[in-house]
Write a protein that binds this ligand. Structure first.
Ligand SMILES: *Cc1c(COP(=O)(O)O)cnc(C)c1O
Length: 458
């Protein structure tokens, strides 16, 4: 076998072109043969199909690029839960924009790594420009806002807690809502911080009276996390009121806007985030309401000086004499070392769509959620939990037991007809639709509610 061609260099694109045709054909074939949001039959059927198609994972003699791409990508696509299907709506699992996926190919082909300038000369400048712009969008009046690129909301939340711990010391007490993402609790555990104090969140948002009482009782440095777009219901905590309480009690405020952050792009909905810029740190996640392939997380900070704690030297990457000679020191931009240029697809998306284009997409999926809520309210067989704030709609078959709600979700999943999530609210189990697909039509939604009505056994 001849030496396989590389993706980069002047010959890279010509080597890629026929391979990409194979990949695109296999993606198409997989989607068409699946014919639904996920493969039918449940985990055992999918596993049997994949095992049968893959056979020997490491054959003695390889099958060649074309066969390997065709077989494995075809199987991968056929067996996918495809968020581009309008009935794939369980999680904050976004359907990536084609232009963002196309940009991501260039990141793989050139493979810049953002741990040193000599591996990523232009990529590092692009990252600096885009992170600064997104930080300014988050903190419009701050003189020196900044943002780090992360693997998602989990890493952003972890970094926010790490920066606060470096500032306040290891007695830092986290205070979160019952609606807070689980990654905050895990981050406190990972960082060796005291177990978070949890404030009730009846109705999906932090109870301000209870928060005030907790902040009054606790001593020592406090780190309060609020959420702009909760994972279960898409609710937004009363950000400005929480910021006021943090000011009164001298607590550090972090806002997890992994889901709701892109409301900033919508002129009609930006006001829902009033108070966001009063947080010391803000988690953003463009692989949710930003239509990016994973990963596209960010942690925005109100002042770049807050990031000094991440400074780190490794002689082979950022020796002092190189730094003094003017070569940018990138190692303090992440606790990771090798790091993909995830900013490229984000930069392409921001430029191609502009603030208005992104805002229109945000508005469209919010309207889609409103429309689903309308359909549920009109159906005598379905009950709506509450009107959506973002794009999450909780509903359940009227009079169904929790057991029947769970069984309905699994039936739709096993039949390959719909991927819906589940959430507990007001002491009951609900079906959850997280609507991130801007192409979903009213007919798609009517079909989805009919599927739920048809699969419920009471
Ligand atoms: C999704 C989510 C996270 C975690 O983000 P990942 O990208 O999955 O790591 C954190 N917080 C909230 C509110 C989220 O919705």
């Amino acid at each position: 076998m001849s030496t396989p061609p590389l993706a980069g260099g002047p010959e890279g694109p010509e080597a890629l072109r026929p391979l990409l045709d194979t990949v695109l054909d296999a993606l198409h074939h997989g989607a068409v043969t699946r014919s639904g949001p996920l493969p039918a039959g449940g985990p055992d059927a999918v596993a049997a199909h994949v095992r049968g198609a893959v056979g020997d994972v490491l054959p003695d003699t390889g099958t060649g690029a074309d066969e390997a791409l065709r077989t494995l990508i075809g199987t991968f696509a056929h067996g996918a839960a495809d968020p581009a299907h309008p009935h794939c709506a369980a999680h904050l699992h976004t359907p990536p924009l084609a232009l963002a996926a196309a940009a991501d190919l260039a990141a793989s082909a050139l493979n810049p790594s953002l741990d040193s300038w000599d591996q990523a000369p232009a990529a590092s400048v692009l990252e600096q420009l885009v992170t600064r712009a997104l930080a300014s969008e988050t903190y419009p009046t701050a003189p020196r806002p900044d943002a780090l690129v992360t693997t998602g909301g989990t890493e952003s939340n972890q970094l926010a807690l790490l920066l606060a711990r470096e500032h306040h010391g290891p007695t830092l007490q986290t205070v979160c809502g019952a609606n807070t993402h689980h990654s905050i609790r895990r981050a406190a555990w990972l960082l060796g911080l005291p177990e978070p104090v949890t404030v009730p969140a009846p109705g999906g948002t932090i109870d301000l009276t209870a928060l005030a009482a907790v902040l009054t009782d606790l001593r020592g440095p406090l780190f309060v996390t609020a959420t702009a777009g909760t994972t279960d219901t898409g609710s937004i905590d009363p950000l400005a009121d929480i910021a006021d309480l943090c000011d009164t009690h001298g607590a550090t405020l972090h806002i997890d806007a992994a889901y709701g952050g892109p409301l900033l792009f919508s002129a009609a909905r930006r006001h829902l985030l009033t108070g966001l810029d009063r947080a010391r740190t803000v988690t953003l996640d463009l692989h949710k309401l930003g239509w990016q392939p994973v990963a596209a997380g960010l942690l925005a900070v109100s002042d770049t000086a807050q990031l000094a704690a991440l400074g780190h030297t490794a002689d082979y990457l950022n020796p002092d004499d190189d730094t003094h000679a003017g070569i940018p020191d990138l190692l303090g931009r992440s606790p990771r070392t090798t790091r993909r240029p995830d900013i490229l697809k984000v930069a392409v998306t921001l430029r191609a769509l502009g603030r208005t284009g992104l805002g229109t997409l945000v508005d469209r999926v919010c309207t889609t959620a409103d429309h689903l809520a309308d359909l549920i309210e009109k159906s005598p067989h379905l009950q709506l939990h509450q009107r959506p704030t973002l794009t999450t709609v909780l509903f359940r078959p009227t009079d169904a037991t929790d057991h029947a709600v769970a069984a309905t979700r699994r039936a739709l999943l096993t039949q390959g007809h719909a991927v819906l999530g589940r959430a507990r609210a007001d002491g009951r189990l609900w079906l959850k639709a997280t609507l991130l697909n801007p192409h979903t039509t009213p007919d798609d939604l009517a079909h989805l509610t009919a599927l739920v009505e048809g699969s419920t056994t009471r």
